[in-house]
Ligand binder design. Structure first.
Ligand code: SF4
Length: 233
């Protein structure tokens, strides 16, 4: 890892200590509607972990890069229980940058929640419990982080997982379309294309997908339509 990337992990640099005490650095835990992917529209508890080693230019959760509070896994589970939703989304930041995300996800699955995990696709997803649906980003060139894509994650996907491309331009769209022809995604694994807000219109992306008869699903971020970029939704 280069020095810049190491600095980006400053918020979780004491993760060895945290691992020993079963703790994670948490930015927020809240209940809202899931706005994306297969669980869109469900009432969902979000567990947002602090820290991310990437810097996508369109990031809408930069407030989770630093800060947060160390919380033990037992305390996190208690809060999830108190919020009362059946669906739970472990997100960030980049949740997998904290090693204790793996036991947290397993505990949530053990407790019977419908768990999804939103990850940037730059880290190994194999340790993540396959009872959870792993929503893995493929970073496009215009994100500024395409070199961080960990392509061998594709081989670990199951029919229960999901791939997500955020498209920022026509060039991004053509790049993503070309990648679809190269990767071998398991049957049943949903592939999502979303427009990057403020860069292309939803209509443009929808028209391109229809024109190409592309075997992907189009999505817009439901929570942004409802609540904008406000944290906690
Ligand atoms: S991976 Fe996600 S949290 Fe990290 S910079 Fe990119 S959009 Fe933001």
């Amino acid at each position: 890892m280069d020095r810049a990337a190491a600095r980006r992990l400053d918020g979780i640099s004491d993760s060895r200590w945290a691992q020993r005490i079963d703790a994670l650095r948490i930015t927020e835990i809240f209940c809202s509607l899931q706005g994306e992917a297969n669980d869109a529209g469900h009432v969902c508890t979000f567990v947002r972990l602090t820290g991310c080693p990437l810097r996508c230019h369109y990031c809408d959760t930069a407030y989770a890069f630093q800060g947060g509070q160390w919380q033990k896994i037992d305390a996190i589970i208690e809060q999830v229980e108190a919020l009362g939703a059946h669906h739970v989304c472990v997100t960030g930041g980049e949740p997998l940058a904290q090693p204790n995300a793996v036991p947290l996800i397993a505990r949530l699955c053990d407790a019977g929640y419908a768990v999804s995990v939103e990850t940037a696709g730059a880290l190994d997803i194999r340790p993540v419990d396959t009872r959870a649906s792993r929503v893995v980003d493929i970073k496009t060139p215009a994100s500024g982080e395409a070199t961080r894509n960990r392509w061998d994650n594709i081989a670990s996907l199951t029919a229960h997982d999901q791939l997500k491309f955020v498209i920022c331009s026509r060039a991004d769209y053509e790049w993503a379309r070309a990648r679809l022809g190269e990767i071998n995604v398991p049957t049943g694994c949903t592939i999502w294309f979303s427009p990057s807000a403020g860069e292309i219109t939803a209509r443009e992306l929808a028209d391109w997908i229809v024109a190409d008869r592309l075997p992907v699903k189009f999505q817009m971020q439901l929570h942004k339509l409802l609540w904008g970029d406000a944290p906690g939704y």
